[in-house]
Design a protein around this ligand. Structure first.
Ligand code: AMP
Ligand code: ZN
Ligand code: FE
Ligand code: FE
Length: 292
């Protein structure tokens, strides 16, 4: 069984439609796929229809932009009821924050002599509610300013670069509560990826588990082998579920092919058990896993 629990479609900043992503997952030999677009459930229905058609198990999820003790934390939420009002309100606030920062990014780029406007970004964003830096990057590629997303981040959009603009993120502890009350389960994505230097640590994870955290994503391309080993040991100590995933973004992210990291069937089963418990306690109409 090959299980990939973290992927993006064009509904956020991937490059494939949800149906294309699901078909690609089947073609890549995956048995289970989770669609986890940034801050939105808007791709779920299309992905579920496609999963039934091509015969793959599909978990509806999302990757929520949160913050804790001043650090950005990406939280994977699986199988929550996205209409649970406190969760829906928080997602709306994050999406509004994504929209609101685009003009400031464009002002800064124009200050660097780059002719780019909101329509260029809108064309690259394909109607997504979760506009992000990757769409600004794609617009820069189309305009011939950079060769690819990586160059756009390195020169302009990454933290500390001239067109980087902060945006609103939800409080992590609040979101953990909302996801649980919405009948879902939470896993921290790439906890020690990129610049996130050993945060959250052991003490943070103890606290977060008490607030409902179910697991951590250990096998991710942003973690080298020693980091994975340390995180795996931490998860074992704290009895957290261990996941592994590609964080696939279609053609938008190199070295993140579908299935490049996977989650074991045992850990996946634990996650589904915890989701079933949360769902029963929530009393909410939570989404079911699509089974072929
Ligand atoms: P945002 O949500 O607007 O803050 O943008 C974050 C997104 O940009 C995440 O999905 C990352 O995967 C993506 N990202 C961050 N750095 C890079 C990079 N160097 N190249 C391509 N995508 C990146
Ligand atoms: Zn992304
Ligand atoms: Fe992420
Ligand atoms: Fe992601």
């Amino acid at each position: 069984m090959r299980i990939d629990l973290h992927t993006h479609s064009r509904v956020s900043d991937g490059t494939q439609t949800p149906a294309e992503l699901v078909a690609a997952a089947r073609a890549a030999g995956l048995d289970v796929l989770a669609l986890t677009d940034h801050d939105t459930a808007a791709g779920w229905d299309e992905a579920a229809d496609a999963a039934r058609r091509v015969g793959i198990e599909l978990v509806r999820g999302m990757e929520i932009s949160t913050t804790h003790h001043g650090h950005g934390v990406h939280l994977l939420a699986y199988l929550p009821d996205p209409t649970y009002p406190p969760l829906a309100a928080e997602l709306d606030a994050v999406l509004a924050g994504r929209r609101d920062r685009v003009p400031e990014m464009l002002t800064r780029l124009r200050g660097l002599g780059i002719e780019i406007d909101a329509d260029d970004v809108a064309r690259a964003a394909h109607g997504t509610a979760a506009t992000g830096r990757p769409h600004v990057a794609d617009a820069l590629v189309t305009l011939g300013v950079v060769a690819d997303r990586t160059e756009a981040f390195d020169r302009f959009l990454a933290w500390g670069r001239p067109a980087h603009v902060e945006r609103y993120a939800a409080g992590l502890v609040d979101v953990l509560g909302h996801v649980r009350a919405a009948g879902g389960v939470s896993v921290i994505a790439h906890p020690w990826g990129r610049s996130r230097r050993r945060f959250p640590d052991h003490g943070d994870l103890v606290e977060l588990k008490a607030h409902g955290l179910a697991g951590i994503e250990v096998d991710h391309q942003d973690h080298d082998a020693p980091t994975r080993a340390e995180l795996r040991a931490l998860a074992h100590q704290l009895d957290l579920v261990v996941t592994g995933s590609s964080d696939h973004h279609g053609a938008g992210k190199l070295d993140h092919e579908l299935g490049v990291n996977t989650t074991s069937p045992e850990q996946y089963a634990r996650l589904l058990d915890l989701a079933a418990i949360a769902s029963a306690r929530s009393g909410r109409p939570t989404p079911e896993v699509v089974r072929p």
